[in-house]
Design a protein around this ligand. Structure first.
Ligand code: NAD
Length: 503
């Protein structure tokens, strides 16, 4: 049996732990490897290595740091087939979807290649007589990332290319469910020329995460995952004086206005609700048609498409979506569907009985479509994280808008309409971090920033783009006067630059 552990100081490292967990192929249920779970002592050792490596990396010129990112980007491009295969074999998503996530990750590296420009500070000459002020952004030290299973390549890449380029050292604690692609990418980063110790991967569970949260040498934590865990990480990390951003769970609504192009809506919903088996934090899990007539048309167009979804393992190139990640996740999804039925929702398409010959032990479920869902049902309130779309009928646009704004989550949302006024109003009034107009999954490109509102994000910063640079640096403002400047004698009063007279 293949055993995997950590990646530290430019090579695989087994650490001291005896605890292990199985990693499965979700399409077959087979155990494909065992993963070692780090102890607190292991994590503390890696933090010390990262802290030491920070000393010279943080003073390396940004242009030189960018050179590593250029090489890293090329290596990911060259190896994308191998990376996608590794990723799909443990996550279950289709190969084109896996390649798409690596490609989106590469875009963040490309953004990070511009770090000399991004770190440029500001300068004001003569803020008072003979006095100049400038501001700079400096790296923080050791930064840690804790990431979820659903984008094992892309989500870590949201974090460390920006953080490393800013001059930090970085420790990644990826999901224990699909670690192989992360470990392979760590090798490529080493091959790209990153000095040893600057980037490490530590695999583990709560023990490893708590060790990162409590180690005083860890300055900042980027977390992406579920709301329960994110809230815990935010409170424990900030209580320990760290800077924390925690991007969390979601329930994303797509509003269908009566004037929307229904074919376009159906295509958008198919991809955004069922792509990657609904295991995306930006998946649309609620469709809100406005008016009964719109709702009836939507169900009529959508139901046959959901029925026709091709559910198959990633090795089948015609697959639309693969299995979900674990048996526990599959059971959880079945449980929610039962709750929806008990509460009186109408299961228009029931994917529960899907059986794939030769893959009976895989974690497959077909696409499910609920109609006549109400906002008090758990299939509406909770993030299911599976291929289950709930249709909640709204009488008016205002009712749809209130529904979205009253939901505890605020990650993404979309409106489909031909009416510019309605779209503009929607963009302005939704209490949501990322909004799409006729775009179902409005994930910002790498040079903008990704993040939700309400209980989809704890902390002040969104991720990647300029928000990523701000999160990963500390702002310092320097005010200087040189001996040849104006000598005012001792000044006892606070005064502004405009009070003084230039001579
Ligand atoms: P998760 O919260 O179970 O795990 C995320 C990370 O936290 C993993 O590394 C895991 O090992 C660690 N962890 C789990 N339990 C822990 C504990 N008790 N103490 C400390 N650490 C713990 O999330 P997941 O199931 O891997 O991913 C799915 C979730 O991630 C969904 O809720 C999804 O919406 C969310 N997500 C959010 C975004 C976003 O940008 N908002 C993006 C992707 C995924």
């Amino acid at each position: 049996m293949k055993i995997q552990a950590h990646y530290v100081n430019g090579s695989a490292w087994s650490g001291s732990s005896k605890r292990k967990i199985d990693v499965n192929n979700p399409a077959t249920g087979e155990v494909t490897s065992e993963l070692v779970l780090a102890t607190k002592a292991d994590v503390d050792e890696v933090v010390n290595i990262a802290h030491k490596a920070f000393q010279s990396w943080s003073t390396t010129p940004p242009a030189k740091r960018a050179q590593v990112m250029f090489a890293f980007r090329d290596l990911l491009k060259q190896n994308i087939d191998e990376l996608a295969e590794l990723l799909s074999s443990e996550h279950g998503k289709t190969i084109p979807d896996a390649k798409g996530e690596v490609a989106r990750g590469i875009e963040v590296i490309e953004f990070a290649c511009g770090i000399p420009q991004l770190l440029k500070g500001e300068y004001s000459e003569q803020v008072a007589n003979g006095v100049d002020t400038h501001s700079i952004r400096q790296p923080l030290g050791v930064v840690a990332g804790i990431t979820p299973f659903n984008f094992p390549a892309m989500v870590p890449l949201w974090m460390y290319p920006v953080s490393l380029s800013c001059g930090n050292s970085f420790i990644l604690k990826p999901s224990e469910k699909d670690p192989s692609v992360v470990l392979r990418i760590a090798e490529l980063l080493d091959e790209a020329g990153l000095p040893k110790g600057v980037f490490s991967v530590v695999n583990g569970d709560k023990e490893a995460v708590d060790a990162l949260l409590d180690n005083p040498l860890v300055e900042a934590i980027s977390f992406v995952g579920s709301t329960t865990i994110g809230e815990y990480i935010y409170s424990r990390g900030t209580a320990n004086g760290k800077r924390v951003q925690a991007l969390c769970g979601a329930k994303n609504h797509l509003v269908v206005m009566p004037d929307a192009d229904m074919e376009q809506v159906a295509d958008a919903l198919m991809g955004s609700a069922y792509g990657s088996a609904g295991e995306r934090c930006m998946a649309i899990s609620v469709a809100v048609p406005v008016g009964e007539e719109t709702a009836d048309r939507l169900i009529e167009v959508l139901a046959p498409r959901v029925q026709a979804l091709k559910v198959a393992p990633y090795t089948d190139p015609s697959s639309d979506m693969g299995p979900v990640i674990t048996k526990a996740s599959l059971d959880n999804i079945h449980d929610y569907i039962g709750q929806g039925l008990d509460a009186g929702a109408e299961l228009v398409v029931d994917g529960r009985d899907l059986k794939l010959q030769g893959y009976e032990d895989g974690y497959f479920i077909g696409g499910c479509l609920f109609d006549k869902v109400t906002t008090d049902m758990s299939i509406y309130t909770d993030e299911i994280f599976g291929p289950v779309l709930a249709v909640v009928r709204a009488n008016t646009y205002e009712e749809a808008l209130d529904m979205i704004n009253n939901h505890e989550y605020g990650n993404g949302t979309a409106i489909f309409t031909r009416d510019g006024d309605a779209a503009r109003h929607f963009c302005s009034r939704t209490r949501i971090g990322m909004v799409g107009v006729n775009v179902p999954i409005p994930v910002p490109v790498a040079y903008h920033s990704f993040g939700g509102w309400k209980r989809s994000l704890f902390g002040d910063h969104h991720i990647h783009g300029m928000e990523g640079v701000r999160f990963n640096t500390a702002l310092k403002t320097i005010t200087s006067r040189w001996p040849s400047g104006i000598k005012e004698g001792a000044v006892f009063n606070f005064h502004s630059g405009s009070d003084t007279h230039s001579k």
